[in-house]
Each structure stands twice: as structure tokens, then as C-alpha cells.
Design a protein around this ligand. Structure first.
Ligand code: PEP
Length: 242
């Protein structure tokens, strides 16, 4: 039985301690899902003793040392992080992150004793070309470390055309892709690993569509951007986990 994970990715939002406090005092994690908030790193210290898991949105592939602007996995761990998102499509696009770099980052997270949330997903152009399956399975093959287990890795299937656009994959389309991702994990790791590894859906998940997506057998939670900035919306998605 895979426990659902509802993960909020605040991206580069919230400019004051008041906004962060207001969100956190109103967050109601509930009992049925793991709840995770990934704020910009500058706010991690405020979430250290909160009633949910906390995570980072990126990590350096390097250990400590001369890497200006980077944050090491060990530093995120020291700040209380349990999870780190790697390979988000915005980083793949804005910072030219390759699957190879994403894999190194995931490995750094695993080595530090945290859980890597490895993001994969096709663009609209790739979907229209009919190469979604090939693109996503190749990303999984190249980005997921060989020592990934259900205890140290979560996959997030995030069709790029659905992120921040208000367009979401239908529950049936998302389920079909999650099944393909799970089969790929079985092929490259093992069937047991695939059966227990959590695969999140991300892409305009919101209160109006979350119940249908979360009801699908291979959808083990959500990676939520826009709707994770509004605490009432985030709480209602958490509430939908049965
Ligand atoms: C995301 O940030 O991973 C995401 C899915 O964003 P949104 O929910 O806004 O589409």
C-alpha cells in the first residue's frame, strides 16, 4: 500500500515572513497523506518545526565547498529537509539541466539520507509528435539512480504543457502515463521497487480536479504549484485523500 504524498512547490513566491507564517498557521495536514511544503530555500528556517514535511526545490550536485550560489544536500538536511525536488521542468528549461545532471542531484539527495522527487514529463510539441512515452521513459531511464528505492525516491510525472497553464491531464491520460512510468521502473530496477515507489501527478492540480486524479490506481499524490500558494486550496486537496 503506497501512502499518498501531497507536495506543495511554492516556486519563487512569498516575499515576507508574514506571508509564510499566515500559510503555515492555517495549514491542516490531516492524517491520511504525507504532506510536504517546498518553499524557496530562504524560508526553510521558518518551517523547521512545522507540522508537515519540508523540502527544497533544488540542490547542488556537489558536496560542500567552492560552489557559489549552490546549496548542498547536507545543508538542506541540516535545515530539516526530508525531500528535495530535482529536475523540475522549470529548471530543465531555465538552467538547461540535463537528465545526467538531474541524476547526479538525485544521487546527492539519496546519499544525504533524504528523498529525491525526480520530475519527468513531455512538452506539448513532444505530445503532438506522439513521442510522449519515449520521452518520459528515456527521462526516467537517464535520471533515476541505480540505487533508487521506494524509501529514497519519488517520481513526479508532470506534463510540461500542464504546468501553470490551468490545463491538466485527464485522470485517464495521467493514469496511463503513470502506468508506463511504473513499468519503466520495473524494467530498470525491479518489479518490487516499481510496486512500492510513489508516482505523483503534477500539472495544474487544484481542488476542482484533484479528487479524480487522486482516485486513479497509479497516482500516489500530487506535486502542486499554483494551488499550493493558497492555503485553503492546498488544505482541500489534502482533504480529498481517502
Ligand atoms: C509544479 O510546480 O510542479 C506544478 C505542477 O505547478 P502547477 O500546479 O502550478 O501547474
Amino acid at each position: 500500500m503506497r501512502r499518498k504524498l501531497i507536495a506543495g512547490n511554492w516556486k519563487m513566491n512569498f516575499t515576507s515572513e508574514e506571508e509564510v507564517t499566515n500559510f503555515m498557521v492555517n495549514l491542516v495536514p490531516g492524517m491520511l497523506a504525507d504532506v510536504l511544503v517546498c518553499p524557496p530555500s530562504i524560508w526553510l528556517y521558518m518551517l523547521k518545526n512545522s507540522n508537515c514535511f519540508i523540502g527544497a526545490q533544488d540542490v547542488s550536485p556537489h558536496a560542500l565547498g567552492a560552489h557559489t550560489g549552490d546549496i548542498a544536500a547536507s545543508q538542506l538536511k541540516a535545515m530539516g529537509c526530508k525531500y528535495v525536488i530535482v529536475g523540475h521542468s522549470e529548471r530543465r528549461t531555465d538552467h538547461n539541466e540535463t537528465d545526467e545532471l538531474v541524476k547526479q542531484k538525485a544521487q546527492a539527495v539519496i546519499d544525504a539520507g533524504m528523498i529525491a522527487i525526480i520530475c519527468v514529463g513531455e512538452t506539448l510539441a513532444q505530445r503532438e509528435l506522439g513521442i510522449t512515452e519515449e520521452v518520459v521513459t528515456t527521462q526516467v531511464f537517464r535520471s533515476v539512480p541505480e540505487n533508487a528505492t521506494p524509501a529514497n525516491t519519488v517520481i513526479a510525472y508532470e506534463p510540461v504543457w500542464a504546468i501553470g497553464t490551468g490545463k491538466n491531464a485527464t485522470p485517464d491520460d495521467a493514469q496511463a502515463m503513470h502506468k508506463i512510468v511504473r513499468a519503466q521502473i520495473a524494467k530498470q530496477l525491479s518489479q518490487g521497487t516499481a510496486d512500492s515507489m510513489r508516482i505523483l501527478y503534477g500539472g495544474s492540480m487544484k481542488p476542482a480536479n484533484a479528487a479524480g486524479l487522486l482516485a486513479m490506481p497509479d497516482i500516489d499524490g500530487g506535486l502542486i504549484g499554483g494551488a499550493s500558494l493558497l492555503v485553503d486550496d492546498f488544505n482541500s486537496i489534502i482533504d480529498m485523500v481517502q
